[in-house]
Design a protein around this ligand. Structure first.
Ligand SMILES: C[S@@+](CC[C@H](N)C(=O)[O-])C[C@H]1O[C@@H](n2cnc3c(N)ncnc32)[C@H](O)[C@@H]1O
Length: 253
């Protein structure tokens, strides 16, 4: 049984199921964009368009949830016969959710990864010659401080700034900056100015990502990304002089 007191199943627009969290009063994906479509088009495709040729890829998947971003990565990798060895690290606070994932109704595209889902759901780790995945059942803020100069890709996919603000602050992105390599890319569904300010004030370049059939999303990188539309943050700030990045201390006051 996947459904519980905390989670229910919801059919999203692309025909894939997502879940609704009663605790956060939010869906795990945009029901309008579709769960699989959102994972592929806002996270995996833009990241891999930049990182496809690397021999090894270290990916931070924040947070695991139903695991769509990790599984869509495996799907894209397999479909395109990519050779890179993948190391995926993913924190997730909700242990009951992780334990129930073996019963979730995943899209057909993920059928071949059933054994991986079962291993992750039961043991929180999967390892073979080409792939290493580790789930950390605990707090993402604590987890990311363990890494330095490690990641090539960060999928930043928590619940919204309104319901889960601790994963959107200036200090959170400062910790991410320490955990990534200089040429890493961060993907996120959020196009909010407060998100972009938290990235910009950590010296990230901020880009608008447009994809057919999905709403716009954001890419961020410490280096320049060629071929993407850079957001003119100085202009945004001059048009919205009162906008501020969220800070950890705003959450305790
Ligand atoms: C929007 S969902 C993630 C969706 C996921 N990427 C997917 O593809 O299914 C957000 C997840 O963050 C988890 N979460 C919330 N706060 C967290 C924290 N501080 N540390 C780790 N996980 C957290 C929630 O339990 C939830 O599963």
């Amino acid at each position: 049984m996947f459904e519980s007191d905390l989670h229910t199943l919801t059919l999203s627009q692309d025909g894939s199921f997502t879940a609704y969290s009663k605790e956060y009063d939010e869906h795990y994906h945009s029901t309008q964009d579709g769960a699989l479509r959102e994972s592929l088009h806002k996270h995996v495709l833009p990241a891999f368009s930049l990182k496809e040729d690397q021999k090894e890829l270290h990916i931070l998947d924040i947070c695991f949830g139903l695991g769509f971003n990790t599984l869509a990565t495996l799907y894209h990798h397999t479909q395109n016969a990519l050779n890179s060895k993948l190391y995926i690290y993913s924190p997730e606070l909700d242990d009951s959710l992780v334990a129930s994932l073996k019963n979730f109704t995943y899209p057909e595209e993920f059928t071949r990864f059933k054994h991986i889902i079962e291993m992750l759901s039961e043991h929180n780790v999967y390892d073979d010659e080409h792939l290493h995945i580790e789930l950390f059942v605990g707090d993402a803020r604590e987890y990311i401080t363990k890494f330095h100069n490690t990641f090539d890709i960060v999928y930043h996919d928590p619940f919204s700034l309104k319901t889960n603000p601790i994963l959107w602050t200036l200090e959170y992105f400062a910790a991410i900056k320490k955990a990534i390599k200089h040429d890493a890319v961060i993907t996120t569904y959020s196009t909010a100015l407060r998100t972009r300010l938290a990235l910009y004030e950590n010296n990230f370049n901020v880009y608008l990502y447009k994809s057919d059939g999905c709403r716009n999303s954001t890419l961020a990188s410490l280096g320049e990304l060629k071929g993407f539309e850079k957001v003119d943050m100085q202009h945004k700030i001059s048009c919205n002089p009162d906008a501020k990045a969220l800070r950890d201390h705003d959450l305790s006051s």
